[in-house]
Design a protein around this ligand. Structure first.
Ligand SMILES: Nc1ncnc2c1ncn2[C@@H]1O[C@H](COP(=O)(O)OP(=O)(O)O)[C@@H](O)[C@H]1O
Ligand SMILES: O=C(CO)[C@@H](O)[C@H](O)COP(=O)(O)O
Length: 492
């Protein structure tokens, strides 16, 4: 049984909570507890009761404790990395006023457009916050709540992001970090503080918001009695500020601001994200110019439809996910949730190119292709906005790091490989977000730098897949359908 200090890294993502128990000295994963979430809503709505996340965290920690065989007294710290952007509204006793509006809830698209306009257009927003309001951003969700549920907005005594909500339950401290705060569109990556002009624009009092800690590894408090009792952990262990899930994945990979642009990461989860940590502050309307958890930056682009959308299509077709075949003439844009990149919140899925000879397996393959081309086009935009030409032979031959649940899927890996033509790095760890959160917890407990720590843990250790010839024919077919269909996809 391990007697070494152990830290817990929590990934509270859209579909589930994972709690990774990591030996602080070596980075060895002792166990990962998992518990699923319910997401409800249709026609653009996506909501989860924050209490579901707390209960899932309790369950995941209990499983992790049991499966690792670790004595609770060995645990020295905990940190949460959460799905970004969600709007959590609490009453004066810290209870949710209503379920959280999640990052993939697109009902706030009209509010996002109105906010963009109100400040003078996209550039005015990127200059201040690094990002332009789209439906995902917290500011657009708060505006939606004010306009559609004014009583709930009025009853709100505290506004939190998903990971802040959990951190506060753990530590009693109202705290967030620059990474997750940068996804609100009311935090300025230029000043490193909430932007009073933007708070005024959305009618939000600054004292409803959590304090922004210096980094995600800042110790914001200690585990309070009530949480310790709920989780079966010792009172007083370190609680780090934590961060957004994508920021934590960057930490887990052991990649600080230098060099990640050479090795961009692609996360295949409910969302498809591409990100590349930099030391220069990104400010381009085509990407989300987030802060990273460690004081650097994380230019990122995010699609709404990745693994969950493709799984849904597989189940509609009555197929298991690995039975797909190349789509051939079929093109399927799996925009079941609307889309964020490109910004088509009202879009729905689009299928074209069917023949008498088309098989279900090809339709499923086309869904993978549609999701992958969409996220790789987003990667090209991020690279261009960071001053790198994606068509440059040297850039195009650099490896992509695949993370998220889809990186475990044979057909996802094959499709990304075929449509990118790049070498791939598949990290050995299945749970890099949770590992990144664990590094933040260990850093909060010991004072070490979290990225250096995760590098020492070798979080980025990965299998290397050499490139295959890029399938430009499919790339161009999907891209052409997307471009031609855009006017139709702009409306419901
Ligand atoms: N072995 C696998 N093959 C293909 N896909 C997988 C596999 N395991 C998990 N997934 C996919 O991973 C997704 C969950 O990934 P995850 O990164 O945890 O998502 P999220 O962070 O959005 O909750 C599921 O939608 C599922 O489709
Ligand atoms: O909105 C974004 C990034 O801006 C998403 O990436 C969310 O952070 C949710 O992530 P997953 O649950 O798909 O990991």
């Amino acid at each position: 049984m391990p007697t070494q200090a152990v830290v817990i890294g929590v990934d509270s993502s859209t579909q589930s909570t994972k709690a990774a128990f990591i030996e602080a000295a070596t980075g060895r994963t002792l166990a990962v507890g998992r518990a699923a979430h319910q997401v409800s809503g249709d026609h653009g709505a996506r909501e989860t009761d924050p209490e579901v996340w707390w209960n899932a965290l309790r369950e995941a920690v209990a499983i992790g404790l049991r499966e690792s065989g670790v004595s609770a007294s060995a645990v020295t710290g905990i940190a949460v990395a959460g799905q970004q952007h969600g709007l959590v509204v609490l009453d004066s006793s810290g209870r949710p006023v209503r379920p959280a509006l999640l990052w993939n809830d697109t009902r706030s698209a009209p509010q996002a457009a109105a906010l963009t306009e109100a400040l003078g257009g996209p550039e005015a927003w990127t200059a201040r916050t690094g990002s332009v309001p789209v439906a995902s951003m917290t500011a657009a969700k708060w505006q939606w709540l004010r306009e559609n549920e004014p009583r709930a907005a009025k009853a709100t005594a505290a506004v939190r992001l998903p990971h802040d909500f959990l951190t506060e339950r753990l530590s009693g401290s109202a705290a967030t970090d620059p990474g997750d705060a940068s996804g609100t569109c009311w935090y300025s990556t230029a000043t490193g503080a909430y932007d009073p002009r933007l708070l005024e624009l959305v009618g939000l009092e600054a004292d409803l918001l959590p304090e922004v800690a210096e980094t995600g590894a800042t110790r914001v408090g200690s585990l309070i009695d009530a949480a310790a009792e709920d989780l079966g952990l010792p009172t007083g262990i370190a609680v780090a500020a934590g961060t957004g899930d994508n920021m934590a994945a960057a930490v887990g990979l052991g990649l600080g601001g230098a060099g990640l642009l050479d090795h961009p990461a692609l996360s295949l989860g409910t969302s498809g994200t591409v990100f590349a940590a930099t030391r220069t502050r990104p400010a381009s309307p085509v990407l989300a110019g987030f802060a990273a958890a460690d004081g650097t930056y994380l230019p990122l682009a995010c699609t709404l439809n990745c693994t969950q959308a493709v799984d849904r299509i597989a189940s509609l077709l009555g197929l298991s996910r690995d039975t797909a075949e190349a789509g051939g003439e079929v093109v399927l844009l799996p925009y079941l949730d609307g889309e964020r990149t490109p910004d088509l919140p009202a879009a729905s899925g689009l299928l074209t190119g069917l023949r008498h000879t088309t098989s279900r397996q090809q339709i499923l393959g086309a869904a993978y292709e549609g999701a992958v081309v969409t996220v790789l086009r987003a990667l090209d935009e991020v690279l261009r906005a960071c001053g790198t030409d994606p068509a440059d032979a040297d850039v195009a031959s650099r490896p992509l790091r695949l993370v998220g649940g889809g990186a475990r899927g044979r057909y996802w890996v094959e499709t990304v490989r075929r449509l990118s033509g790049r070498p791939l790095l598949i990290p050995e760890s299945d749970e890099l977000v949770a590992v990144g959160a664990a590094a933040l917890a260990a850093a909060a407990a010991s004072g070490e730098d979290p990225v250096a720590l995760a590098s020492r843990w070798q979080g980025g250790r990965a299998a290397h897949l050499p490139p295959v010839k890029r399938d430009m024919e499919t790339w161009e077919r999907v891209s052409e359908v997307l471009e031609r269909a855009t006017p139709t996809l702009l409306t419901r």
